[in-house]
Ligand binder design. Structure first.
Ligand SMILES: Nc1ncnc2c1ncn2[C@@H]1O[C@H](COP(=O)(O)OP(=O)(O)OP(=O)(O)O)[C@@H](O)[C@H]1O
Ligand SMILES: [Mg+2]
Length: 595
């Protein structure tokens, strides 16, 4: 077989296989080019999810006639004037995006630079089909049509217009977040999909994720070894079922990176259930030379020279910011829970109260406290529970203190929820969730001071477990010792427990050890030592906490509320659910149609 040099057109098409996977990847390249050209306003028109058409118009520097021809040639770039890839400050640098796209689509570039004439060049699947002058303002417009029309193998892999459009929007959100100083506009099939003006980074981030985020996140800034971290960390209670809302930027470039997402998971590990994901926007700046951006043709991956430092920076920065949030948590109880308070207008009630507008949003709620129409946990309670266990009750003889945001305990319902009155409303606290968190934070604090008190068992206890679980416990024995739990291997499938953390006096040893082993297995090597220890503390906390169903005195309840107010992270339980909800006075008034 003889070896031959491939024709340019084929080379471009091969490169396109890596760079242009779907409309969203072509769009990303075009918008990055516009940003690199210094555009302050970028407008994108998509048709059929980008499959039928992508149009990107910018007010950047534009190109001279000859440069347009060059731009369509492979390995032609204006962005590496001194050959220093390490120090590259632009989004692009490979000089292959345009020729790659042009090799698998019908592409037109129209451009005019200062001092030059407007020029348009059209390439169809690698062949120049039109070239000539046009009248246009300064800047550039690139039109891509019939993507993959001549590459059926690729076209087959495209998804529905709807999901291709979703991928395009994901690209746009990430780029728009990276450059809050630039205005963006996106339309899809003639309808507006996104419009943002130049603004601050904070307001851009919440505009693109969710306006609520401003109240459901904490800002962060952190520095370590020349690397800086800034951005927003969503409160754990503001979690999502998918990790799509984690936006990461390295030196201004949107990236998807395993190290970074692993670090986020680690930082939230003891704050979120395993199937829930944090919402974050993290901007990481590292000195050039500390990161390699030339890892993947699509430039969405990076490689850090000192990945461990970057990871520690992120875990530390996120945890510190979240610790500072105190009892703060996402502002509203979930909508579904809120609906439990609101019922359709009752006809009889309407008759007797003709003043109430039919269909008003906050309509009459039939005995909301007793109703639990959907059996939702959290806000509504069961009448039976109130009747049976309504043991603790305090007449409102003492006014709630404004400096106690969680108010004074008034009653306990269903032996599960604390009802408190605060200066501005009614507070419900999930006693188990809240207490579990407090115990965890106490253990963390004790561990930070190097002294978790331990209590020897009167009789060491043998716990039998599967061999792999015993292996895990044995490996973790030293770490566990830091919590006052002493155990050792006892034959192939058992461990011998000698002492427990003093806080757990009286806990059933067997179930505790089994839970611990499960915890260690499920997180395994993915977490650092400190994160694993947090998990251990979480397991202990769960075993020791005031269970739902335990009757508390008003004094105990008040003590719990006061401790929550001064404890970091007490707004959410160890699984990311809120520990308390508030119904403001104004909401109560609206529930009764008084407002
Ligand atoms: N919108 C634009 N405005 C001005 N110049 C542009 C624009 N788009 C492309 N160019 C010019 O065309 C050149 C080639 O663009 P292309 O995207 O193919 O490569 P690149 O951006 O240099 O590198 P990469 O392949 O990494 O994107 C750029 O270096 C730039 O000089
Ligand atoms: Mg480019």
């Amino acid at each position: 077989m003889s070896i031959r040099r491939l024709p340019q057109n084929l080379i471009n098409r091969i490169a396109a296989g890596e760079v242009v996977e779907r409309p969203a990847s072509a769009l990303k390249e075009l918008v990055e080019n516009a940003l690199d050209a210094g555009a302050k306003r970028i407008s994108v028109e998509l048709a059929g999810g980008g499959i039928d058409g992508i149009n990107v118009t910018d007010d950047g520097c534009g190109m001279m006639r000859d440069d347009i021809a060059l731009a369509l040639e492979r390995h032609a770039t204006s962005k590496l004037p001194d050959d220093a890839i390490e120090a590259v400050a632009t989004m692009g640098f490979r000089g292959e995006a345009l020729p790659s796209i042009a090799s698998v689509a019908h592409l037109t570039i129209e451009s005019r630079a200062r001092g030059g004439e407007g020029w348009a060049r059209t390439v169809d699947n690698g062949q120049v089909v039109a070239d000539g002058p046009i009248a246009m303002p300064l800047g550039t417009r690139v039109r891509v049509e019939a993507l993959f029309a001549a590459v059926p193998a690729r076209r087959k892999f495209l998804r529905t217009a709807r999901s291709e459009f979703a991928a395009c929007m994901d690209v746009m959100r990430r780029l728009a977040m990276a450059r809050a100083d630039v205005a963006f506009e996106v339309t899809h099939d003639g309808r507006r999909a996104l419009v943002v003006q130049a603004e601050t980074r904070e307001s851009r981030v919440s505009a693109l994720i969710d306006r609520q985020l401003a109240d459901a996140s904490v800002p962060l800034t952190h520095q370590r070894g020349g690397v800086t971290l800034a951005g927003l960390a969503g409160l754990p209670t503001y979690n999502r079922g998918v990790a799509d809302h984690q936006y990461l930027f390295v030196n201004g470039r949107p990236v998807k990176d395993r190290t970074l997402s692993g670090a986020i998971r680690g930082a939230y590990a003891d704050r979120l259930a395993r199937d829930r994901h944090a919402v974050v926007a993290l901007f990481i700046d590292v000195p050039a030379g500390e990161v390699d951006v030339n890892v993947h043709p699509a430039k969405t991956e990076v490689r850090f020279r000192d990945a461990a430092n970057v990871r520690a920076l992120i875990v530390g920065g996120l945890q510190r910011a979240l610790d500072g949030a105190g009892i703060q948590r996402a502002p509203l109880p979930s909508n579904a829970a809120m609906r439990g308070w609101v019922r359709e207008p009752q006809p009889e009630y309407q008759l007797r109260h003709p003043g109430l507008e039919p269909g008003s949003r906050f309509s009459f709620a039939a005995a909301p406290i007793e109703a639990s129409p959907r059996g939702e946990p959290g806000v509504t309670t069961h009448e039976a529970g109130v009747a049976e266990v309504g043991t603790a009750f305090r007449a409102p003889e003492s006014a709630p203190q404004p400096n106690h945001p969680l108010g004074r305990a008034r009653a306990q319902i269903a032996a599960t929820y604390i009802v408190a009155e605060s200066a501005d409303g009614l507070i419900l606290v999930d006693q188990h969730a809240a207490h579990e968190r407090l115990v965890l934070e106490r253990m963390r604090a004790a561990r930070a001071n190097g002294q978790v008190p331990s209590q020897p068992l009167l009789m060491p206890e043998v716990v039998e477990l599967d061999e792999p679980l015993c292996d895990r416990l044995e490996e973790a024995a030293l770490d566990l010792g830091q919590f006052g739990l002493e155990l050792e291997r006892f034959g192939p499938s058992a461990v011998l427990v000698r002492s427990l953390p003093a806080a757990l006096g009286g806990a059933a040893v067997g179930p505790l050890i089994l839970d611990l082993a499960d915890e260690l297995v499920s997180h395994g090597q993915a977490l650092s030592l400190a994160e694993r220890l947090d998990h251990v503390a979480g397991t202990f906390a769960c075993h020791h906490s005031v269970r739902a169903g335990r009757v508390l005195s008003l004094g105990e309840m008040d003590a719990l509320l006061r401790e929550m107010e001064v404890t970091p992270n007490s707004g959410q339980c160890n699984h990311g659910r809120p520990t308390w909800v508030r119904i403001a006075h104004s909401d109560i008034e609206r529930l009764f149609g008084r407002k």
